[in-house]
Design a protein around this ligand. Structure first.
Ligand code: NAD
Length: 495
């Protein structure tokens, strides 16, 4: 169900054709409190919005919609193409998919942009100069949510990284840096371990960065990168990274800047954009009027900029920062040494409204351009490579512990070009020449390769047919392919 609620600018009656349609969801937990506060400050700042409210989250899940959104609500999102969303609660337990992930992926919101800045000395932080923007890939990686239990002991989650998805987010990061006068883009991956997936991200980063000679670039392995971000965030400017690393690191960044309650984010797609706070629904403090609405207000500021209401965005952001500067603080950032007044959610919104038209005295004054739409990114698909099958990995559920015994059962099924060359367990080679110390589960990857001969799908199918005549429980297969002669698979550890 959608309902329309119009928010005219303060002190003037606007013709409805000046209003821009926005879909709003009040969310769960602290969502309704911080969204009410945010809508009030938007209205007072003069935002020209025509609001359609949709219901999402817990109540919708409980009505039996496993995705947490009613089918009709998609129509509103498509019609308005701008979504201001309060956090929602994903019910625990199986059967419920994360609505946030569903919305981002269904609507193609490929870029998650999370600016995090310190408001020192008004908000306590060890990193006064921190001003980082994390550009997180928003649709791929482990968030494809493709998971399977394969054996008694082993569960799997597929990490999917695509060339177009990666190129899009990396180009976006550089275009964003260019548009916002940022000086450096740092890429975080774990390509020392995941050479194909994270390796692709790194490789495309190197390719694309060459087109932006005025912007400094660096790559870091995500573990040392995360450590440096936590210890010395001032050295970073824009960070571009994969979905999971970006999810974790943007919370770390917001927390070390002062509070997760302070940062907002935008989720940008080609046609639709969504704006939110970075934190969750905080059920532990819901209904108490103590939540900090700043994160959602920051999300709303990003939305106004996206909608071409840069002047209103500047007015609102400056009033927000001035409120924080004046020491009017919610409990999450209250510190008796610097704070002047402890306020609740509603009173904080009142304080922001009272400061509309004022600017920060010490912190940076916001001055958004009238229109500052996120960069549009178009990626050209590459011509298909010459793909050849050179082997197959057959994954087997087997409860034994002697890899040589498994090998002899597999070899009995050999015929045609595919020969058993290796068995690994959790990625480590255990046959031939395994180590007795290697711990083995009931999940074995058995690699068959053809020595120079061409392999057809039919050879793979025939191998599987012969294996089906043994007692072995085949879980799945992965073809080993070359693309323009380059191997499209990793070696086993120790191979
Ligand atoms: P959370 O972000 O809701 O809370 C973490 C901690 O930060 C809590 O102690 C909370 O009180 C505090 N906090 C969060 N926002 C605050 C604010 N505005 N002001 C003051 N304190 C604040 O994370 P969680 O507890 O792990 O998750 C709670 C629920 O939120 C879960 O159901 C989760 O799935 C959901 N979630 C939703 C979103 C979203 O809708 N975008 C994002 C993350 C988590």
């Amino acid at each position: 169900m959608t309902s329309t609620l119009t928010l005219p600018a303060t002190g003037e009656s606007l013709a409805s054709n000046k209003l821009t349609a926005v879909t709003v969801a009040m969310g769960d937990g602290i969502g309704p409190e911080i969204m009410t506060a945010t809508l009030r400050v938007l209205k007072a700042a003069g935002a020209e919005l025509d609001i359609e409210e949709i219901k999402i989250g817990e109540s919708v899940y409980k009505q039996g919609f496993a995705s947490g959104i009613e089918p009709d609500s998609w129509k509103s999102l498509r019609r308005t193409s701008v979504f201001l969303k309060a956090p929602i609660t994903t019910p625990q337990g199986g059967g419920y998919k994360s609505l946030n992930v569903t919305i981002r992926k269904t609507l193609g919101l490929f870029a998650n942009v999370r600016p995090v800045e310190a408001y020192f000395p008004f908000v306590k932080t060890l990193h006064p100069g921190m001003d980082v923007v994390i550009v997180r890939e928003n649709e791929e990686d482990l968030y494809a949510g493709i998971e399977h239990r394969q054996t008694d002991e082993v569960y799997q989650c597929l990490k999917l990284i695509t060339r177009p998805g990666t190129e899009k987010i990396i180009r976006f990061a550089f275009e964003y840096a260019r548009q916002h006068g940022r000086k450096k883009v740092t890429c975080f991956t774990k390509d020392n371990i995941m050479k194909l997936t994270d390796g692709l991200f790194h490789k495309i980063f190197d390719e694309v960065s060459a087109e932006y000679p005025e912007i400094a670039k660096e790559h870091m392995i995500v573990d040392i990168g995360a450590a440096r971000l936590a210890n010395n965030p001032e050295r970073f400017d824009v960070i571009v990274t994969l979905n999971l690393y970006g999810d974790i690191l943007s919370d770390v960044a917001a927390e070390i800047a002062g509070s997760v309650g302070l940062a907002g984010s935008s989720n940008i797609g080609d046609k639709i954009a969504m704006f939110e706070a970075i934190h969750g629904s905080a059920p532990d403090i819901a209904g108490k009027d103590i939540a900090n609405p700043s994160g959602l207000i920051q999300g709303a500021v990003l939305m106004l900029v996206h909608m071409g209401q840069g002047e209103v965005a500047s007015r609102l952001k400056n009033a927000l920062i001035r409120t924080i500067e004046d020491g009017v603080h919610t409990a999450d950032i209250y510190d008796a040494a610097v704070s002047q007044q402890l306020v609740g959610t509603a009173a904080f919104a009142d304080a922001v409204i009272a400061r509309l038209g004022q600017e920060p005295k010490q912190l940076k004054v916001a001055k958004f351009a009238a229109s500052e739409r996120a960069p549009m990114i178009h990626v050209k698909r590459r011509a298909a490579a010459v793909k050849e099958i050179v082997g197959v990995d057959v994954f087997v559920h087997w409860a034994g512990d002697d890899a040589a015994e498994l090998a002899s059962q597999l070899k009995a099924a050999e015929e045609g070009p595919l020969k058993l060359v290796m068995i690994t367990n959790r990625g480590v080679k255990v046959w031939p020449n395994g180590f007795p110390e290697t711990f083995c589960t009931d999940h074995w990857r058995c690699r068959f390769q053809a020595d120079g001969a061409t392999v057809k799908h039919r050879d793979v199918a025939e191998l599987l047919l012969r294996l089906s005549g043994t007692k072995l429980d085949v879980i799945k297969t992965e073809n080993l392919c070359t693309f323009d002669g380059e191997a499209g698979y990793s070696l086993g550890q120790g191979q």
